[in-house]
Design a protein around this ligand. Structure first.
Ligand code: ATP
Length: 482
């Protein structure tokens, strides 16, 4: 199946089965913004819990916070986002399309139809101009390349545009001392940096320690075609790990290894992951690596692991004039801690899991579509079906539902044929369906049907809780890997 067809299938499946809807769909939506439906929110919460347990709950030197989306605009001045969080792009006069400069350069250089000599050297020159924000020279160099390789029939533009990606918003403030405007945060990290003192003191933390949070971020992206891969409103799961300067290699290695273990447990296909070292670094970053995942047919960034040195704390220290340095007893001096950040886009991960899990099989000339989600991520864990609407069977079914629902996300469904109910649960990615039938009335057993191979077994009602506890228990992973 080709890329567009598969993407369409996924978007359709996500809508029909209540995972993801277009935001404000009845008004034709709003570009690059999405809502999560009943299955979507359950699955999202399960992913968050898996991340939170691994990164925060089961470690004794990482704590969580939930900082505000709107902050004093000086935060964004100090962080460099007002000055540097920009996207460069051109509007191509030939096809009237917008091209982000990074992507345009990569498209030209990596295009197999264009025979370019000294590709690496050209890339280096582009990166140099990009990092130094030398837009005039970049424009001239790009135009020279276009001319040299006869691409003028494809690309023509006047200037390179430079636009800030933050959403600016006005505050209704009539007090002269107050800020009049601020921004929707483009990353959750700054909420962590500005709170470091509060968190350290309130929890008596000693370096090295981490602060984590999950929350919404906003970027006014220019091009955002790929469903929930690149959106204007998205959720990040970020952790900042602070330590004494000089330990950066140790913690950088540690976090790459640690994060990979987490990803491999979630989607156990090592070949689908790739590590990519960054050439073009963000304004705050000293070195960085991306964990990429093959979504449909292309490797794409899921998580960035960045060494931010003490760029952010130093700038906040300087601008706020509040002491964001700490005393080291061994070295007998003050220092501003360094930081390694792990920054994962929840929506991108959600998308990766969906694309990786959607299975289409042909069984007896009939198409079977199901979501082979990791069991502990599935929105619904167990579905309970009385085989027919018989009073005795319904009563037992509801009793079983009531006994399981406090331990596992369980649903009860007595409508439509049993085949149709299985089909719906397969599409939700529900790993187990319990059916209560006439045999149940005789021997107090039920059938458990497995999503992946559609096989069934019988299980005594009294053993159900024990059986499913074992099936959904992932504590061994945490014990082995933290
Ligand atoms: P990209 O190069 O794809 O724009 P980035 O390198 O700017 O991403 P970071 O600033 O490192 O991204 O943000 C950390 C993570 O947040 C990314 O790895 C990604 O998973 C997620 N993310 C960033 N921008 C978006 C977006 N517009 N939509 C969804 N997720 C995003």
């Amino acid at each position: 199946m080709n890329y567009n067809k598969k993407l369409k299938l996924i978007i359709n499946h996500a809508k029909i089965y209540g995972f993801i809807f277009k935001s404000s769909e009845i008004y034709n939506g709003i570009k690059s913004i999405y809502d999560y439906g009943p299955q979507g929110i359950e699955m999202k919460n399960n992913i968050k819990k898996f991340w939170w347990n691994y990164m925060v709950k089961y470690r004794n030197n990482i704590v969580g916070i939930d900082s505000s989306i709107l902050m004093n605009n000086k935060v964004w001045k100090a962080s460099g986002h007002i000055k540097n969080f920009n996207e460069l792009f051109i509007i191509n006069n030939i096809d009237n399309k917008i091209y982000i400069i990074d992507q345009l350069i990569n498209n030209i250089i990596d295009n197999k139809l264009i025979k370019i000599k000294n590709k690496n050297k050209i890339k280096l020159i582009f990166n140099y101009y990009l990092i130094n924000k030398n837009i005039n020279k970049l424009n001239l160099f790009l135009k020279k390349i276009i001319k040299k390789y006869n691409l003028s029939k494809l690309f023509k533009w006047e200037n390179i545009n430079n636009i800030n990606l933050m959403f600016k918003t006005k505050l209704n403030s009539f007090d002269n001392d107050q800020e009049k405007y601020t921004y929707l945060r483009p990353e959750t990290a700054q909420g962590i940096f500005v709170n470091i003192k509060n968190v350290k003191l309130s929890n008596r933390l000693k370096f090295p320690f981490g602060i984590a949070q999950i929350g919404k971020s906003f970027r006014n992206e220019i091009i955002s075609k790929q469903f929930i891969f690149r959106t204007r409103e998205f959720e990040q799961m970020e952790m900042q790990y602070f330590f004494y300067p000089g330990q950066e290699k140790k913690w950088y290695k540690y976090w790459i290894k640690s994060r990979l273990k987490w990803f491999y447990y979630l989607i156990n296909k090592k070949k689908k992951y790739k590590l990519k070292i960054h050439n073009k670094l963000s304004h705050y970053c000293k070195f960085a690596i991306d964990i990429e995942f093959k979504i449909l047919n292309k490797f794409k960034e899921l998580e960035g692991i960045h060494f931010r040195k003490n760029y952010d704390l130093k700038n906040h220290n300087n601008l706020s004039k509040k002491k964001l340095y700490f005393y080291d007893n061994k070295a007998k001096k003050n220092y501003i801690p360094y930081v390694i950040e792990t920054s994962l886009g929840l929506d991108r991960l959600f998308y990766s899991i969906l694309t990786n899990s959607l299975k289409i099989e042909n069984i007896n000339n009939k198409k079977r579509i199901y979501l082979k989600l990791p069991k502990f991520i599935s929105p619904i864990k167990i579905a309970i079906f009385p085989i027919i609407k018989n009073n005795k069977i319904i009563k037992i079914s509801k009793n079983i539902f009531n006994s399981l629902k406090y331990k596992f996300t369980t649903i009860y469904d007595e409508n439509k044929s049993i085949g149709k109910r299985y089909k719906i649960q397969d599409s939700f990615g529900t790993p187990y369906c319990i059916t209560i039938d006439f045999l149940t009335l005789n021997n107090k057993t039920v059938s458990i049907r497995f999503r992946d191979n559609m096989k069934q077994i019988r299980c005594k009602i009294k053993n159900l809780i024990k059986y499913f506890k074992k099936k959904f228990d992932i504590s061994l992973f945490f014990k082995k890997n933290i």
